[in-house]
Design a protein around this ligand. Sequence first.
Ligand code: TXA
Ligand code: MG
Length: 336
Amino acid sequence: MNRRIAEANDILSGDDKGRTRRAAAAREDIGEAAEILKSGGLVAFPTETVYGLGADAVSEAAVAALYAAKGRPSFNPLIAHIPGLSEAAAQGRFTKEAQKLAEALWPGPLTVVVPVSATCLVTPLARAGLDSLALRAPSHSVAQALLRAVGRPIVAPSANLSGRVSPTSAEHVLADLAGRIDLVLDAGPAEVGVESTIVSFLEDAPRLLRAGAVSPEAIEQILGRRLARPRADSGQSVAAPGMLSSHYAPRARVRMNAADMRDGEAGLDFHGRFLGRQPNLDLSPRGDLAQAAANLFAYLRQLDATGAVTIAVAPIPEQGLGEAINDRLRRAAARR
Ligand code: TXA
Ligand code: MG
C-alpha cells in the first residue's frame, strides 16, 4: 500500500470555503465513504486512471447533486462503476464481443458502452436519458473495496470541475472541489494518469469512443478485428456526448507539436527536446509514454500555475498511450 495510506488519520482540507474532509484510504475511511454514498453524498476516490467523483447511480437526487458540484451539463452521461462483469451484466446487455473484452481487461481501465438491460438500476439522469450505459470495473484496490462496500453501481466522472484538467491526486481534487463534496479518499498519485479507454458496442462493429489507458492496438488484438474510430463529428454529437472538443482545459493556451519554446512560453517537454529552457517540465526525459501519461495532468496544472500565457508542448509519438495523451492535449488546445 501507498505510504500516504499508512500515514492514516483524517486531515481537514484546511479550506475555509468548505467542509470537505480528506481521509487516508484506510479500511474505516472506506466504510465511512460507503455510508456517505449510500445516503446520497459525494465522495471522491482513487482509481488507477484518475480520481473519480462518486455518487449513488440509483439515486436521482445524488446524481443531480453530482452534476451540480462539477458544473457538468446533464446531457453528458456518466460512467457507472461496478466491481466486475457479473455486476455489470445486471445493468447492461453484453454482446459476446463486449463480454470477451471485459473478461480480458476487467478489472482495469476499460469502459464499455452497451444497451441498458431491463433490470438496469442506474437512473436515467445519469445516462442523460440514453438507452445505453457506460460501465467500468476499476482495478484500484480502494475503488474495488468501496464499490463492494456500497453494493450498487456508483457513477463517477473525473473529480474536477467540468471542462478542467482531470485530477491525479487528492490535492488536485480539493483544488477544484473543496466545499462542494463530502469526502476525498487519498491514496496518493494515480498510477496511469489518463482516463479509461471507451469502446461502444451499440453498432455491428465495436467503436472506439475515447482513446485512453488501454491502447486501441491491444483491444484490436483481443477482439481479433479493427475498431471503428470516433466519428469525425463526435466533438459535439450525442453518440459520444462527453467528448466535447474543448475539455481538459488549463487556463493557459496550449501550443502542440512545438519544435522549440518561444519567449515567455512555459514548456511541456517530452524526451528532452527543450533541455535547458525554463520554465519547463519533461513528461518523460527517457521518452517513455507510460511515464508521460502518469505526469500529464499534474504537469499541466503546475505549468498553468506559473501564469504563463502559452504552454508549448513538444511532439509526442501518436502510438500506444501516445494516442490518449495527444487526444487530451488536443482538447486542452481547442479554442474555447
Ligand atoms: O477513467 C475513467 O473513465 C474515469 C474514472 C474516474 O473512472 N472516469 C471518467 O469519467 O473519465 P468522465 O465522466 O470524465 O467521462 C465519461 C465519458 C464521457 O465522455 C461521456 O460522454 C462518456 O463517457 N459516456 C458515458 N455514457 C455514455 C454513453 N451511454 N454513450 C457514449 N458515451 C458515454
Ligand atoms: Mg472528465
